[in-house]
Write a protein that binds this ligand. Structure first.
Ligand SMILES: C[S@@+](CC[C@H](N)C(=O)[O-])C[C@H]1O[C@@H](n2cnc3c(N)ncnc32)[C@H](O)[C@@H]1O
Length: 337
């Protein structure tokens, strides 16, 4: 890990003590503590990402919660992806943001967020139908069904289909594709092959309802990140989780949309962080611990730390080892309130 050894003395970076994070099962089984009229506690799943997303923060979300201010007027997440941090905060009654502005440049992803927020019961009904039909098929027919759905989805995207149609297929494909990955080619076409899961959970009705609840007061945007946090000011919080600056030529994953995220975009992002800081907003940013990125934020204006993380999007098991993620903030990262 020579890269991190190089960071620490220069920037004063400390390793965040992530503590004992709840296990995945504990989070999945957790309830939001609602009590029914007869006083019995109702087991209701907490909100969590309804899609698996490359670069998703589910595995390090507790470490991020530790450095997220607890008092926030408006929560902004301009690169929302699966929304791991947003849903984790929304699941905690003490930390649930009153107002949230969530954004991603991936139009189909944001159509899916809108359908989950605004059209949840029809969406669940359709996913439930798809799940029943798919699970009844043998492997060969499942594969054929998958590629048929992928074609339907591509046609819908070309024709700017209705949110509910896009959301149904995006979730179906996300749950049945290889590695649960969302990736597009240069033409913007979803191009992930079929995955082989014995009983994929295509329709998690309760999880989807909880996500819909969490999104009830959220404003959903689909613009470039610079515009997505317009209006943020004092007492607001902005969490930036951009496509990471690649550590090496083979480690990059930037195929979330047909438009790559390049050095010029990382520079625009740095300027946006500066302007939000000047406007009084508190900003937290994740990125790769690349020396060039560290150089951008180095100096007394920003706090820089690292979080041990594990990237799951690499199809080569041997390249999935633990790595570090960079965390940059405009406020002190210890004793965050
Ligand atoms: C690392 S992922 C975010 C992961 C997310 N934090 C999670 O927990 O799932 C980065 C996201 O940025 C989006 N994106 C790429 N370029 C963008 C841009 N210029 N403006 C806004 N979003 C962009 C991608 O579509 C992708 O969903």
């Amino acid at each position: 890990m020579p890269m991190m050894l190089a960071i620490s003395p220069k920037t004063g970076a400390r390793r965040i003590a992530t503590g004992a994070s709840p296990t995945r099962d504990a989070l999945l089984g957790a309830t939001n503590g609602r009590t029914s009229p007869d006083g019995a506690s109702e087991a209701r799943p907490v909100a969590r990402p309804f899609v698996k997303w490359a670069g998703g923060k589910a595995q390090i979300v507790e470490a991020l919660v530790d450095v997220t201010p607890s008092r926030i007027d408006t929560y902004y997440e301009p690169f929302v992806g699966g929304g791991a941090l947003f849903f984790r905060l929304a699941a905690d009654p003490d930390r649930r943001p009153q107002r949230a502005v969530l954004n991603d440049l991936n139009a189909e992803l944001m159509a899916t967020f809108r359908a989950v927020r605004d059209d949840i019961e029809p969406l669940i009904e359709r996913l439930d139908d798809l799940q029943r039909a798919y699970l009844d098929l043998d492997e060969t027919r499942r594969e054929a069904r998958y590629y048929e759905a992928r074609e339907e989805y591509r046609a819908l995207v070309m024709g700017r289909g209705a949110d509910l149609d896009v959301a149904t297929l995006l979730i179906f494909l996300n749950k049945t594709c290889y590695n649960g990955l969302y990736r597009v080619n240069m033409r913007g076409e979803f191009n992930v092959p079929h995955g082989r899961y014995v009983r994929p959970r295509i329709c998690d009705a309760e999880g989807l309802r909880a996500a819909s609840d969490a999104l009830a007061n959220a404003e959903l945007r689909c613009v470039d990140f610079e515009e997505a946090c317009d209006g943020a000011g004092p007492d607001d919080f902005v969490y930036f989780d951009p496509p990471f600056h690649p550590l090496s030529a083979t480690s990059s994953f930037t195929a979330y949309t047909s438009k790559a995220f390049e050095r010029a975009d990382q520079l625009r992002l740095k300027w946006r962080v500066d302007s939000l800081r000047e406007a009084g907003a508190r900003v937290l940013l994740s990125n790769s611990p690349h020396q060039w990125v560290i150089g951008l934020y180095e100096g007394s204006r920003y706090e820089i730390e690292s979080i041990p993380a594990r990237r799951m999007i690499n199809s080569h098991g041997d390249r999935r080892g633990p790595i570090e993620e960079l965390t940059v903030a405009t406020y002190p990262l210890t004793g965050v309130e």
